[in-house]
Design a binder for this molecule. Structure first.
Ligand code: HEC
Length: 267
């Protein structure tokens, strides 16, 4: 087999390839030139801080969506899917099942809830809904200062509004900003990490590819959660996955540029 021309060509290519690989492997993080180390370090520190801030920001915005501190699956559902199926989707229904429960007989409550759930059609306002409100609710709601006057249609419409979560428009916008922007971050973090020593080519490749894969999972899971709340956990896994992989690469790169040479000097 080796005697064929093709076989010989292969051998030659392998040989040359081997030399190039050797040169690249020789240039590992610990013995990069000082200017390159300074460039890489500045970038990694700023990116690391950025990732940290992104985490804090997620905790403060999405994290509080369900009213409790800390990120949970519920927060993700409220942020992306909203709260529009099941019980108490509208404020009217929530109140009628809660603090307003005693103020109307069951039939009236049922009629109001049905109306809210069927999307509050205006055609029923004058005929059925307003009379019910006038009869059971108006005594307080029209007269007590500071209470919303729900006998007015505009006020009532706010009480039956349901939360549909993030809009398609803003999801599209955030998705493309995220894909472009974060791909850049991962590209340079991964590129710096290609100079790391002590990892097999396979291990390096997997670590470098992981954040990109999880980024796609993350964005995809936003869209899935928008339509189907069961996918909320995928959002957390996606975000956690790429944070972990990039944290490993950032710390390894910084360690090998600055600590490894020091240890080698001492030893
Ligand atoms: C006895 C007086 C009283 C009656 C009768 C009454 N409410 Fe209320 N309602 C209140 C008070 C007080 C609040 C504010 C405290 C709260 O939210 O529980 C309120 C709040 C509400 C809210 C929330 C308003 C907001 O701006 O957040 C809704 C919705 C509501 N009531 C619906 C109704 C409906 C529908 C009826 C009739 C079936 C009704 N209420 C009858 C006293 C009343």
């Amino acid at each position: 087999m080796l005697a064929t021309p093709g076989g010989i060509m292969c051998r030659i290519k392998e040989h040359q390839g081997g030399n190039v690989m050797k040169e690249l492997v020789d240039k590992s993080l610990p013995d990069l030139s000082l200017p390159l180390k300074s460039l890489f370090t500045g970038y990694l520190l700023v990116i690391g801080l950025g990732l940290l801030m992104a985490g804090v920001q997620i905790m403060l915005t999405h994290g509080m969506a369900d009213g409790k501190f800390g990120l949970s699956v519920d927060d993700i559902v409220y942020s992306y899917h909203g709260n529009h199926d099941g019980e108490n989707a509208s404020k009217l229904e929530a109140k009628l099942n809660g603090s307003m429960k005693e103020n109307a007989p069951p039939e009236a409550r049922l009629a109001l809830v049905k109306w809210a759930r069927s999307g509050a059609p205006e055609s029923e306002w004058e005929t059925t809904i307003k009379p019910l409100v006038m009869e059971h609710c108006d005594a307080c709601h029209a007269n007590m200062p500071g209470l919303s006057n729900i006998a007015e249609k505009e006020v009532m419409m706010k009480m039956v509004a349901v939360d549909h979560g993030v809009s398609i428009t803003s999801l599209t916008r955030v998705s493309h900003i995220h894909l472009f922007g974060i791909a850049f971050i991962f590209f340079f973090v991964g590129w710096i990490f290609t100079f790391a020593s002590g990892y097999s080519a396979m291990a390096k490749s997997i670590l470098i590819a992981t954040p990109f894969a999880f980024l796609l999972v993350d964005i995809l899971s936003w869209w899935l959660t928008k339509f189907e709340p069961g996918f909320a956990w995928l959002v957390i896994i996606g975000g956690f996955g790429y944070s972990l992989a990039s944290t490993i690469m950032i710390f390894t790169s910084l360690y090998q540029m600055w600590i490894t040479p020091l240890l080698a000097q001492k030893g």
